[in-house]
Design a protein around this ligand. Structure first.
Ligand SMILES: Cc1cc2nc3c(=O)[nH]c(=O)nc-3n(C[C@H](O)[C@H](O)[C@H](O)COP(=O)(O)O)c2cc1C
Length: 210
Protein backbone atom coordinates (compact mmCIF):
# COMPACT_ATOMS: atom_id res chain seq x y z
CA UNK A 1 0.00 0.00 0.00
CA UNK A 2 2.83 2.38 0.84
CA UNK A 3 4.96 1.34 -2.14
CA UNK A 4 4.91 4.84 -3.56
CA UNK A 5 6.59 6.08 -0.36
CA UNK A 6 9.02 3.17 0.01
CA UNK A 7 10.22 3.68 -3.58
CA UNK A 8 11.74 7.09 -2.74
CA UNK A 9 15.38 7.24 -1.67
CA UNK A 10 17.90 10.05 -1.83
CA UNK A 11 19.71 9.63 -5.15
CA UNK A 12 23.09 11.27 -5.60
CA UNK A 13 24.35 9.58 -8.80
CA UNK A 14 22.55 9.78 -12.11
CA UNK A 15 22.61 8.13 -15.52
CA UNK A 16 23.32 10.36 -18.49
CA UNK A 17 19.64 10.46 -19.46
CA UNK A 18 17.36 13.46 -19.73
CA UNK A 19 13.98 13.97 -18.13
CA UNK A 20 11.40 14.84 -20.80
CA UNK A 21 9.54 18.11 -20.14
CA UNK A 22 6.21 16.31 -19.83
CA UNK A 23 7.54 14.27 -16.86
CA UNK A 24 9.20 17.33 -15.38
CA UNK A 25 5.92 19.23 -15.49
CA UNK A 26 4.07 16.33 -13.91
CA UNK A 27 6.64 16.28 -11.08
CA UNK A 28 6.32 20.04 -10.49
CA UNK A 29 2.51 19.81 -10.63
CA UNK A 30 2.70 17.08 -7.96
CA UNK A 31 4.75 19.45 -5.81
CA UNK A 32 2.05 22.10 -6.12
CA UNK A 33 -0.62 19.62 -4.95
CA UNK A 34 0.97 19.74 -1.48
CA UNK A 35 -0.98 21.42 1.30
CA UNK A 36 0.07 24.93 2.25
CA UNK A 37 -1.03 27.19 5.09
CA UNK A 38 -3.89 29.44 3.93
CA UNK A 39 -3.38 27.77 0.55
CA UNK A 40 -0.64 30.36 0.11
CA UNK A 41 1.37 28.18 -2.35
CA UNK A 42 4.34 30.37 -1.55
CA UNK A 43 6.74 28.43 -3.75
CA UNK A 44 8.47 29.03 -7.05
CA UNK A 45 10.50 26.41 -8.90
CA UNK A 46 13.45 27.26 -11.14
CA UNK A 47 14.63 24.32 -13.24
CA UNK A 48 18.14 24.45 -14.68
CA UNK A 49 18.94 21.93 -17.41
CA UNK A 50 22.16 23.46 -18.71
CA UNK A 51 25.14 21.38 -17.55
CA UNK A 52 27.59 24.32 -17.79
CA UNK A 53 25.35 26.41 -15.57
CA UNK A 54 25.05 23.59 -13.02
CA UNK A 55 28.83 23.23 -13.04
CA UNK A 56 29.22 26.95 -12.46
CA UNK A 57 26.78 26.85 -9.54
CA UNK A 58 28.66 23.88 -8.08
CA UNK A 59 31.89 25.92 -8.32
CA UNK A 60 30.17 28.79 -6.52
CA UNK A 61 29.17 26.43 -3.69
CA UNK A 62 32.61 24.84 -3.48
CA UNK A 63 34.43 28.18 -3.45
CA UNK A 64 32.12 29.61 -0.78
CA UNK A 65 32.58 26.57 1.46
CA UNK A 66 36.36 26.63 0.97
CA UNK A 67 36.35 30.33 1.82
CA UNK A 68 34.32 29.71 4.98
CA UNK A 69 36.60 26.80 5.94
CA UNK A 70 39.48 29.27 6.29
CA UNK A 71 37.80 30.63 9.43
CA UNK A 72 37.82 27.19 11.12
CA UNK A 73 40.86 26.92 13.40
CA UNK A 74 40.31 23.38 14.74
CA UNK A 75 42.01 20.99 12.26
CA UNK A 76 39.59 18.09 12.73
CA UNK A 77 36.53 20.31 12.37
CA UNK A 78 38.07 21.96 9.32
CA UNK A 79 38.72 18.58 7.60
CA UNK A 80 35.19 17.46 8.42
CA UNK A 81 33.80 20.67 6.92
CA UNK A 82 35.90 20.38 3.75
CA UNK A 83 35.18 16.67 3.26
CA UNK A 84 31.43 17.37 3.26
CA UNK A 85 31.70 19.68 0.23
CA UNK A 86 31.20 16.77 -2.21
CA UNK A 87 27.79 16.16 -0.59
CA UNK A 88 26.80 19.68 -1.61
CA UNK A 89 27.92 19.74 -5.26
CA UNK A 90 26.92 16.38 -6.80
CA UNK A 91 23.94 18.12 -8.44
CA UNK A 92 26.35 19.20 -11.19
CA UNK A 93 26.15 15.65 -12.63
CA UNK A 94 22.33 15.51 -12.72
CA UNK A 95 20.44 16.20 -15.96
CA UNK A 96 18.36 18.84 -14.18
CA UNK A 97 18.26 20.58 -10.83
CA UNK A 98 15.21 22.24 -9.31
CA UNK A 99 15.95 25.35 -7.24
CA UNK A 100 13.12 26.06 -4.82
CA UNK A 101 12.26 29.59 -3.71
CA UNK A 102 10.00 30.38 -0.76
CA UNK A 103 7.81 33.45 -0.77
CA UNK A 104 6.20 35.30 2.10
CA UNK A 105 3.52 33.64 4.21
CA UNK A 106 0.53 35.98 4.47
CA UNK A 107 -0.08 36.03 8.18
CA UNK A 108 -1.88 38.98 9.69
CA UNK A 109 -2.09 37.37 13.15
CA UNK A 110 1.47 38.49 13.91
CA UNK A 111 0.51 42.10 13.23
CA UNK A 112 -2.75 41.84 15.17
CA UNK A 113 -0.99 40.34 18.21
CA UNK A 114 1.78 42.93 18.01
CA UNK A 115 -0.76 45.77 17.89
CA UNK A 116 -2.50 44.16 20.88
CA UNK A 117 0.87 44.39 22.70
CA UNK A 118 1.14 40.63 23.25
CA UNK A 119 4.64 39.78 24.53
CA UNK A 120 7.22 39.48 21.76
CA UNK A 121 8.39 36.08 23.08
CA UNK A 122 4.87 34.69 22.83
CA UNK A 123 4.50 35.88 19.24
CA UNK A 124 7.90 34.42 18.40
CA UNK A 125 6.89 31.03 19.84
CA UNK A 126 4.19 30.96 17.21
CA UNK A 127 6.36 32.25 14.39
CA UNK A 128 9.11 29.72 15.21
CA UNK A 129 7.01 26.90 13.78
CA UNK A 130 7.65 28.50 10.39
CA UNK A 131 4.54 27.73 8.31
CA UNK A 132 6.30 29.51 5.43
CA UNK A 133 8.98 26.83 5.30
CA UNK A 134 6.66 23.94 6.28
CA UNK A 135 4.77 24.62 3.02
CA UNK A 136 7.99 24.15 1.06
CA UNK A 137 8.75 20.90 2.93
CA UNK A 138 5.39 19.48 1.91
CA UNK A 139 5.97 20.47 -1.72
CA UNK A 140 9.46 18.96 -1.71
CA UNK A 141 8.26 15.60 -0.45
CA UNK A 142 5.49 15.52 -3.08
CA UNK A 143 8.07 16.41 -5.73
CA UNK A 144 10.41 13.58 -4.70
CA UNK A 145 7.60 11.03 -4.38
CA UNK A 146 6.30 11.92 -7.84
CA UNK A 147 9.81 11.70 -9.32
CA UNK A 148 10.40 8.27 -7.75
CA UNK A 149 7.10 6.99 -9.04
CA UNK A 150 7.97 8.06 -12.58
CA UNK A 151 11.25 6.13 -12.35
CA UNK A 152 13.47 9.07 -11.44
CA UNK A 153 15.38 9.88 -8.32
CA UNK A 154 16.61 12.99 -6.59
CA UNK A 155 17.90 14.44 -3.41
CA UNK A 156 16.50 17.23 -1.27
CA UNK A 157 19.43 19.52 -0.56
CA UNK A 158 20.02 22.40 1.82
CA UNK A 159 23.79 21.90 2.13
CA UNK A 160 24.53 24.28 -0.77
CA UNK A 161 22.52 27.02 0.98
CA UNK A 162 25.72 28.31 2.61
CA UNK A 163 26.11 29.92 -0.81
CA UNK A 164 22.43 30.91 -1.01
CA UNK A 165 23.06 34.58 -1.77
CA UNK A 166 25.69 33.79 -4.40
CA UNK A 167 23.44 31.20 -6.11
CA UNK A 168 20.52 33.66 -6.10
CA UNK A 169 22.73 36.26 -7.70
CA UNK A 170 23.88 33.76 -10.36
CA UNK A 171 20.33 32.63 -11.18
CA UNK A 172 19.05 36.21 -11.20
CA UNK A 173 15.42 35.33 -10.42
CA UNK A 174 13.45 38.11 -8.74
CA UNK A 175 9.98 37.86 -7.24
CA UNK A 176 8.99 40.08 -4.32
CA UNK A 177 9.78 38.46 -0.97
CA UNK A 178 11.01 35.19 -2.51
CA UNK A 179 14.37 33.61 -1.66
CA UNK A 180 16.14 30.33 -2.31
CA UNK A 181 15.63 27.73 0.46
CA UNK A 182 16.54 24.34 -1.03
CA UNK A 183 17.14 22.46 -4.24
CA UNK A 184 16.83 18.99 -5.75
CA UNK A 185 18.81 17.40 -8.57
CA UNK A 186 16.64 14.93 -10.50
CA UNK A 187 17.46 12.18 -12.98
CA UNK A 188 17.50 8.46 -13.63
CA UNK A 189 19.25 6.79 -10.67
CA UNK A 190 22.58 5.20 -11.54
CA UNK A 191 22.92 3.01 -8.47
CA UNK A 192 22.10 -0.65 -8.93
CA UNK A 193 21.03 -1.16 -5.37
CA UNK A 194 19.18 1.84 -4.08
CA UNK A 195 18.70 1.98 -0.35
CA UNK A 196 17.86 4.66 2.17
CA UNK A 197 19.69 5.55 5.37
CA UNK A 198 18.40 3.55 8.35
CA UNK A 199 15.49 4.81 10.41
CA UNK A 200 15.17 5.21 14.18
CA UNK A 201 13.03 2.46 15.80
CA UNK A 202 9.35 3.32 15.96
CA UNK A 203 9.34 3.16 19.82
CA UNK A 204 11.87 5.98 19.86
CA UNK A 205 9.90 8.39 17.70
CA UNK A 206 6.27 7.54 18.51
CA UNK A 207 4.32 8.37 21.63
CA UNK A 208 0.66 7.41 21.70
CA UNK A 209 -1.48 9.08 24.32
CA UNK A 210 -4.77 7.25 25.03
C1 LIG B 1 16.03 19.38 4.58
C2 LIG B 1 16.96 18.34 3.98
C3 LIG B 1 18.21 18.72 3.54
C4 LIG B 1 19.08 17.78 2.97
N1 LIG B 1 20.29 18.21 2.46
C5 LIG B 1 21.12 17.32 1.89
C6 LIG B 1 22.34 17.75 1.28
O1 LIG B 1 22.67 18.93 1.24
N2 LIG B 1 23.14 16.81 0.74
C7 LIG B 1 22.81 15.47 0.73
O2 LIG B 1 23.60 14.67 0.23
N3 LIG B 1 21.64 15.03 1.27
C8 LIG B 1 20.79 15.92 1.84
N4 LIG B 1 19.57 15.49 2.34
C9 LIG B 1 19.18 14.07 2.24
C10 LIG B 1 19.25 13.31 3.56
O3 LIG B 1 20.60 13.03 3.87
C11 LIG B 1 18.43 12.01 3.42
O4 LIG B 1 17.09 12.35 3.18
C12 LIG B 1 18.50 11.12 4.68
O5 LIG B 1 19.79 10.63 4.88
C13 LIG B 1 17.53 9.91 4.59
O6 LIG B 1 17.83 9.12 3.45
P1 LIG B 1 16.73 8.85 2.31
O7 LIG B 1 16.30 10.20 1.78
O8 LIG B 1 17.44 8.04 1.25
O9 LIG B 1 15.59 8.12 2.91
C14 LIG B 1 18.69 16.42 2.88
C15 LIG B 1 17.40 16.05 3.31
C16 LIG B 1 16.53 17.00 3.83
C17 LIG B 1 15.14 16.59 4.23
Amino acid sequence: MLDFIIRRHSIRKFKDENIPDKDLIEIIKAATLAPSGKNSQNWHFIVIKNRNKLNEIADIVKNKELKLSQYIKDGIEKNKFISSIDNHIFFKDAPITVFVYAGPYPDNRKKILKNAKVAKEEIEEYINVEPRIQNIGAAMENLLLAAANLGYGGCWMTGPMLAKKEIEEYIGFHKDGYSLVCMAPLGVPSENEIISSTRKPIEEILTIID
